[in-house]
Ligand binder design. Structure first.
Ligand code: ADP
Length: 203
């Protein structure tokens, strides 16, 4: 992990323990880190899972790729260094949300394994779940809800993941969500079931 630029800074711990916070809020926080190709279904699944969690009385929140690039990360592009910094910042935000006992669903391509592993490394043990949202690239290209594959094939988008930039598949994800096979609802429910199996929520 890199060192902070400043030296005269000190970490302040909370007076309440994580357990006391969880007891008061009534749930544990977690990071469900959805990763996968563009149009694999990350946003769709994350938003439906968020809705299903809220309907069941859980606090859940989606951090979504494009939206973050309008604000927090508006200074970043798609070069390898910027993609890494994009994920680093989102990882820090997701960690804070989870610390506040929110079930945080992130929907970012996050193509580099090392970047995803870095986020895993900063989150407490047992609270980070890598969810590989998987669909064959032909299926993603066929869906192409934002017309991005079409533009990438026409050479209008440089460094497009899966076409002119790499995607490093998760080696051992906690969740494998095959959106080419299940419906949107089935895929979203899979996340809730897996969170229940891991003791984050009860169904
Ligand atoms: P991403 O966030 O990965 O770029 P999106 O969620 O924006 O992908 O787009 C996925 C597209 O695929 C949407 O148009 C969605 O309706 C469609 N789709 C079809 N089946 C599924 C499924 N099982 N899960 C998720 N999305 C699906």
């Amino acid at each position: 992990m890199s060192q902070p630029k400043s030296s005269n800074i000190h970490w302040h711990g909370a007076i309440v323990t994580p357990e006391e916070r969880q007891a008061t809020v009534g749930q544990k926080g977690a990071v469900v880190w959805l990763t996968g190709l563009s149009a694999s279904g990350k946003s769709t699944i994350a938003r439906r899972a968020e809705q299903l969690l809220l309907e069941r009385g859980h606090s859940a929140y989606v951090l979504d790729g494009d939206n973050i690039r309008f604000g927090l990360n508006k200074d970043l592009g798609f070069s390898p260094a910027d993609r890494t910094e994009n994920i680093r910042r989102i990882g820090e935000v997701a960690k804070l949300f989870a610390d506040a006992c929110v079930i945080t669903l992130t929907a970012f391509i996050s193509p580099y394994r090392a970047d995803r592993d870095s986020v895993r490394a900063i989150t407490p043990e047992g609270t980070f779940f890598e969810a590989y949202v998987q669909a064959p690239i032909e299926v993603c290209e066929e869906r192409d809800p934002k017309g991005l594959y079409k533009k990438a094939r026409a050479g209008q988008i440089p460094e497009f993941t899966g076409i002119s930039a790499p995607y490093e598949e998760p080696l051992n994800p906690e969740m494998l969500i095959k959106t080419g096979e299940g419906s949107i609802d089935e895929c979203a429910m899979q996340i809730l079931k897996e969170l229940a199996a891991k003791g984050i929520i009860s169904l």
